[in-house]
Ligand binder design. Structure first.
Ligand SMILES: [Zn+2]
Length: 446
């Protein structure tokens, strides 16, 4: 039953793509497809005694060999992925595992600890903020949107920006999680484990509890998710608070100063060699700082979010950086997120102090346009003229008062599918496509 429905929906989605997809080239989508090379399964030697398993799970796992045991940095999503990584490390994973270090608390980095720990009872390190994390309120996904694309047919899914297959192989589970046994407050903790010197640096960025792991002997930096090969996800669309961009920039400045020989990020492949590592961290810091500075400058001049979004961009020297392409985070989302964080929800226009309810506005606009059929006809023309955002908005004016309207649902699904195909951003693509799938669900054939 489920399979049949999924197949029907997949066929409907493919028909939509065929209807809207052949006329244009989609360079962003092809760039996103190329990003999938970042997740090729491989154990890569980073330095003497330092290995990273890339592509076996949503996030990377690092193995540091010591004189009488091993250290594991981050533990993948779940026990199945963790076991595959243990197998891939093979004899390079010298038992016992003496320490596990969590760079931060996100489930894709903490879900496989039990497998790496085995019977070795390692110390498990994190920053103390790890345990003080307030609960994630999130947003109920009633429109079907999902940035990870977990329900998408394989033909539609490319990747999740910094992850190949999040949730597609094994449902996320907490069975393999182990809580930290050693936490530290303040800025850093120096320790020696299995003869390996380590520094754990509190570097808030993607999360307030992020630590960067620094190996002074091999000059390897593991910045967690504070830097990888995609624009940072400062203002997540999945529904969470702004990730403090000022703290993030400061943390990046701190790790730039270490002048690492290699960087092993929490996602995407390691960046090997001092020149490349420095270029990565500097581009990441300067790119994010520029977006923050431009946004604040514009805000001081009274610019509203739409005005800021129209002109705040990466400086030309950084726009082509392979580390700042918008596969995951987005510049426009960051601008809007910073605005809301610094000055709140109100954009300064008095009309919007108490706005019309959206249902009321839609009723009036539909009447102005000449009724629902004309709205849909305008939407179809807009879509045919490549104006997909306007087509989706026109469909919304119908759907807000009649969520079951088949013509409006089909129009919006087609518009979102077209917008998805244009995206370089994986999570926007996945969100568009899962919403389109939701809109087409249970509709009779046209
Ligand atoms: Zn992650």
């Amino acid at each position: 039953m489920m399979a049949t429905r999924t197949q029907t929906m997949a066929a409907a989605m493919l028909a939509l793509v065929a209807a809207t997809g052949h006329a244009q080239q989609y360079p962003g989508r092809e760039q996103l497809r190329a990003q999938s090379a970042e997740f090729r399964r491989e154990v890569i030697q980073v330095a003497r005694g330092v290995y990273v398993a890339v592509g076996y799970a949503a996030s990377n796992v690092v193995l540091v060999q010591g004189t009488d045991g091993s250290i594991i940095v981050d533990t993948a999503t779940d026990p199945v992925a963790a076991r595959a990584i243990v197998d891939a490390f093979g004899p390079r994973l010298r038992r016992p595992v003496r320490a596990i270090i969590y760079t931060h608390s996100h489930p894709d980095h903490t879900g496989g600890a039990r497998v790496f720990a085995g019977n070795d009872a390692p110390d498990i390190y994190s920053h103390e903020q790890f345990l003080k994390k307030p609960p994630d309120v999130g947003r109920a996904g009633r429109e079907g949107g999902d940035q990870f694309g977990m329900a998408l047919p394989a033909s539609q899914f490319i990747n999740a920006g910094v992850q190949a297959e999040f949730g597609r192989v094994v449902p996320p589970t907490r069975d393999g999680y182990l809580p930290p046994t050693r936490t530290f407050g303040g800025g850093e903790l120096s320790l020696t484990v299995a003869g390996v010197r380590l520094q754990l640096l509190h570097t808030p960025g993607e999360t307030p509890d992020t630590i960067a792991v620094w190996l002074p002997e091999t000059r390897v930096l593991m910045p967690g998710d504070n830097a990888f090969r995609a624009f940072p996800n400062v203002a997540p669309i999945r529904g969470s608070r702004l990730r403090n961009p000022d703290a993030w920039v400061s943390s990046l400045t701190r790790v730039v100063a270490l002048a690492p020989a290699h960087v092993v990020p929490g996602h995407t492949r390691p960046v090997l060699g001092a020149a490349a590592a420095g270029a990565m961290l500097t581009a990441y810091r300067d790119g994010l700082k520029s977006i923050v500075d431009q946004t604040l400058d514009g805000m001081r001049k009274g610019e509203r979010p739409d005005e800021l979004a129209a002109h705040v961009t990466l400086p030309p020297a950084l726009a082509g950086s392979p580390f700042l392409q918008e596969f995951y985070g987005g510049v426009e989302w960051t601008v809007r997120g910073i605005y809301a964080d610094y000055v709140g929800w109100f954009d300064g226009n008095a009309t919007k102090l108490f706005p019309l309810p959206e249902k009321d506005r839609a009723t009036r606009l539909v009447a102005l346009i000449g009724g629902i059929d004309r709205v849909i006809a305008h939407g179809r023309s807009a879509l045919a003229a490549n104006d997909a955002t306007w087509a989706a908005e026109l469909a919304d004016y119908v759907l807000v008062n009649d969520p079951a309207h088949a013509g409006a649902r089909r129009l919006k699904a087609a518009a979102l599918t077209e917008l998805a195909e244009r995206q370089v951003n994986a999570i926007a693509r996945n969100y568009y496509l899962t919403t389109a799938q939701f809109l087409l669900k249970d509709l009779p054939p046209e």
